[in-house]
Design a protein around this ligand. Structure first.
Ligand code: ADP
Length: 462
């Protein structure tokens, strides 16, 4: 199959979040399955020629290679993309984001003809690429070249929809007839993601549970009705994990490498983490690790509510992350009050993240909502047992055989589950079996890529 992957950020070229990981890893996994894939993304300032061996194709298109031989096309526009950040400046969105991504979307479609690549599927991601299915049907359907190309939309987080004032609608170059409740209108505003949802042949999100949740009022951010109308075309596919980067057998950042067969060696990583964090070297006290944004979405509200009580339990807490000032302050106060219990690192630090995944016993991730979640998948790989709230991708990946899960979002339920985890931790035999179960799970991209292929096949038959 021929696939054009269209995303506004792609690893290793540009990244602000999980979207870039998917858009970077999925094409490689699809190519490994024998598919022909190209990637189309904007050319931002940080994508330098020398860093990525970029070559010129035409006046406003350059290209590079990722994976074994996947062509990546960069759409250039000095006005729109030659900037420091991808979407925001000084904490606010760039004022011309509608124009920027409308330009990107239209040019992505034109490029296919320019390079004579007629895909079976154009796979678009999030609102930034959601105008592609709209333009394809509204402006390109009469051109035979574009005949029979199907579109797939992946929604990574429905909280981001690309909402703009109605006054900007003319800049899209679309007929006003599309500005209505059956089209891109959303409470008198323009909603780009809504356009993607209506015009794509097939839609998916990054876990099955989240795909159902976004069709409800609680999680749909106002788009539940539109999604519900398309429920037969919506599915969920869990993200894969990069098993080369996240591999306890070869990880260069951790004190001692280990595998499922010799997971006892993980004790050395625990010792190393305790020493690094200046926590008492106690092997019988469980370390709860957190690597996360410090945000309500990630469960910091219920964690903060009873953090004092948690700190008086027989455990150690290593926290790495940045986010809301409110939670920085609460955690800083607690770290001062309980220096032998909490080790707090308010920063982004990839190396320390690896040490925490490897050296902790339990990974704490009580997210209020979670489209997919990577933290729990990484911790499985390192034999660190996740403790999560039952939502989205967490509900689809964590169960009682590989972790701890609570289904009532409250501080009381969180504490109860922490106690349960502490009790199981004391039972060495039971704990070892949890660790082995977790380490044997397979969340590699290979499995997820196969599911995407099945979805593309379904789209082709539409
Ligand atoms: P998000 O909603 O933030 O994308 P995910 O669980 O999907 O949450 O992915 C978060 C990723 O970012 C994980 O790989 C996690 O290890 C990493 N991460 C988050 N915060 C930090 C940090 N402060 N330092 C290093 N890595 C971090």
């Amino acid at each position: 199959m021929k696939i054009a992957m269209c995303a506004s950020e792609v690893v290793p070229f540009a990244k602000t979040g999980g979207l870039a990981d998917v858009a970077g890893a999925l094409p490689i996994a699809l190519a490994d399955e024998g598919q022909e894939v190209i990637i189309i993304m904007p050319r931002y300032k940080a994508i330098e020629d020398s860093k990525f061996n970029i070559k010129r194709l035409s006046d406003n298109v350059s290209f590079s290679i990722t994976g074994k031989n996947i062509r990546v096309f960069f759409l250039e526009n000095a006005n729109y993309f030659n900037r420091d950040a991808l979407y925001t400046e000084k904490g606010g969105d760039y004022k011309d984001n509608l124009e920027r991504f409308s330009y990107y979307s239209r040019r992505a479609i034109e490029l296919l003809k320019e390079i004579n690549f007629k895909p079976d599927i154009i796979h678009v991601h999030d609102w930034q690429a959601s105008l592609i299915p709209v333009y394809l049907k509204a402006h390109f359907s009469k051109d035979l070249f574009y005949n029979n190309i199907k579109t797939v939309l992946t929604i990574h987080n429905i909280g981001y929809q690309g909402l703009f004032s109605k006054l900007e609608f003319p800049k899209l170059g679309l007929d006003w007839g599309l500005f209505n409740i059956e089209g891109l209108e959303f409470y008198d505003k323009v909603n780009i993601l809504k356009g993607g949802i209506i015009f794509s042949d097939i839609i998916n999100t990054v876990s099955q549970t989240y795909s159902r949740q976004i069709q409800t009022k609680e999680f749909g951010f106002g788009l539940e009705g539109v999604l519900n109308k398309r429920k037969n075309s919506i599915s969920g596919i869990i993200n894969g994990l990069d098993y080369v980067i996240w591999n306890p057998e070869t990880d260069k950042y951790i004190a001692k490498n280990f595998s499922a067969a010799n997971h006892e060696l993980k004790a050395r990583d625990k010792e190393d983490l305790q020493a690094f964090c200046k926590l008492p070297l106690k092997k019988d006290t469980p370390i709860f690790g957190i690597v996360s944004r410090l945000a309500e979405q990630k469960g910091f509200d219920i964690l903060a509510e009873r953090i004092d009580k948690i700190c008086r339990m027989d455990l150690q807490l290593v926290i790495l992350g940045t986010g809301d000032q409110k939670y920085h302050q609460i955690m800083e106060d607690m770290a001062k009050k309980y220096p032998k219990v909490i080790s707090l690192h308010l920063k982004f630090d990839d190396q320390l993240a690896h040490k925490i995944y490897a050296g902790s016993d339990i990974f704490l991730m009580p997210s209020k909502y979670e489209p997919c979640g990577l933290g729990q998948l990484i911790s499985f790989r390192y034999g660190t047992i996740p403790l999560v709230f039952k939502t989205g991708g967490l509900a689809d990946t964590v169960n009682k055989d590989n972790g701890f899960i609570f289904d009532n979002y409250s501080a009381a339920a969180l504490i109860k589950t922490i106690k349960e985890a502490e009790a199981v931790f004391k039972n060495k035999k039971k704990w070892a079996s949890l660790v082995v179960n977790a380490m044997k799970l397979d969340f590699s991209w290979e499995e997820s890529a196969k599911k995407y292929l099945q979805m593309y096949a379904k789209a082709k038959n539409k």
